[in-house]
Design a protein around this ligand. Structure first.
Ligand code: BJW
Length: 301
């Protein structure tokens, strides 16, 4: 109902104009219209694996080459994707609101590339474009957003290089973000990679490097958590919480909506799935149902 939608937009907008302290919780749906798949639901399978089962220390220990192939593919996709109108709208809101914090679960670098001010962007789950030593005691880290692939052996094979591919799988790739064989398609054979050829830590010269992301069972970065806690514990209410493109299934990220609510925030959810955020049932003041790239620019205009 377009009338109901514009009334809701107007109501939201009048609250936005009064809001002094604003928090945004961001999830994979923010980057969906940039062509990057989300974790849960359609697109959440990589080959035959649930993407969330690859994002674990156990998967890396068991088969580091497979996990690196997944992350190398994701780095390639993200580097070839472009920020969408929602990333730009949020970056603009961040610039124009003194007391603003985005808590992003995304690791794709698209908010940064939309010029979101870095001090107002907290990366809860790390960054695809950081590398770190898989031995936490070593502690080595480096930013790496230029090398695609990280090591030559992780290069995405070019079409025509897969002799075992089936007829369907050799059809031209329709995903414009992938320059080469779509190795997320299980019909393509994955190149086999010896562990010795994977990227190794230049500091301890012993352990493998791994992506600087937060896997299940790992703690979120302590400096990030401290900054988020400082924002929430300031002796001032929070006026508005935006919850954009997340299933609110993963903690502690999903719990920040309640924290903001306890500080007085009204909550606006942007998601095409009407059932999204069951964790938020009864806690949403506005629900904008649809693509963030379409709706956020209207909301934040
Ligand atoms: C659109 C759209 C469009 C589509 N526009 N929207 C308390 C209770 C229970 C469990 C725990 C708890 N505390 C901790 C845990 C354990 C665990 C956890 O939460 N488990 C749950 C699954 C139950 N949490 C952890 O382990 C965390 N660590 C931790 O807490 O350490 C301390 C500790 C350890 C152990 C025990 C207790 C405490 C770490 C979590 C790390 C998550 N890592 C990943 C991978 C990152 C690296 C990578 O990218 O590969 O992070 S998993 C994955 O899920 C990724 C995401 O950031 C995260 C959230 O997913 P997100 O962004 O919400 O995506 P989706 O796909 O779920 O949803 C997309 C949404 O977009 C959908 O709703 C769509 O409808 C929507 N959408 N198109 C707008 N166009």
């Amino acid at each position: 109902d377009p009338d109901a939608k514009s009334a809701m937009l107007e109501d939201f907008h009048s609250h936005l104009l009064k809001s002094r302290r604003i928090v945004a919780l961001l999830g994979a749906g923010l980057s969906a219209s940039s062509g990057l798949p989300t974790f849960r639901g359609a697109g959440g399978l990589w080959r035959t694996h649930d993407a969330t089962s690859i994002a674990t220390p156990q998967a890396f220990a068991a088969d580091p080459a497979f996990v690196w192939q997944f992350y190398s593919y994701r780095r390639h996709m993200a580097l070839n994707a472009k920020p969408n109108a929602a990333h730009y709208a949020l970056a603009q809101l961040a610039k124009s609101t003194t007391k603003f914090l985005a808590l992003s679960q995304n690791v794709d670098g698209l908010s940064q590339r939309a010029h979101h001010p870095p001090s107002k962007l907290k990366l809860l789950h790390g960054n695809l474009f950081d590398l770190k030593c898989s031995d936490a005691k070593c502690g080595y880290r480096e930013p790496n957003n230029t090398t695609d692939p990280v090591v030559p052996i992780l290069a995405i094979p070019q079409s025509g290089q897969d002799p075992t591919a089936t007829a369907t799988a050799t059809e031209p790739n329709t995903n414009p973000l992938i320059r080469g064989l779509d190795i997320s398609n299980p019909n393509h054979t994955l190149p086999s990679i010896p562990t010795a050829s994977l990227p190794h830590c230049p500091q301890c010269r012993k352990s493998l490097l791994r992506p600087g992301v937060v896997w299940f069972g790992e703690s979120l970065p302590t400096d990030v958590l401290a900054d988020v806690d400082a924002f929430f514990s300031a002796d001032e209410p929070i006026d508005l919480m935006l919850v954009v493109g997340t299933s609110s299934a993963v903690y502690p990220a999903a719990g920040y909506t309640q924290v903001a609510r306890n500080k007085g925030a009204r909550v606006a959810v942007v998601n095409p799935d009407p059932g999204s955020g069951r964790a938020l049932d009864g806690k949403r003041d506005w629900f904008f149902c649809g693509d963030a790239a379409e709706i956020l620019p209207e909301m934040l205009r």
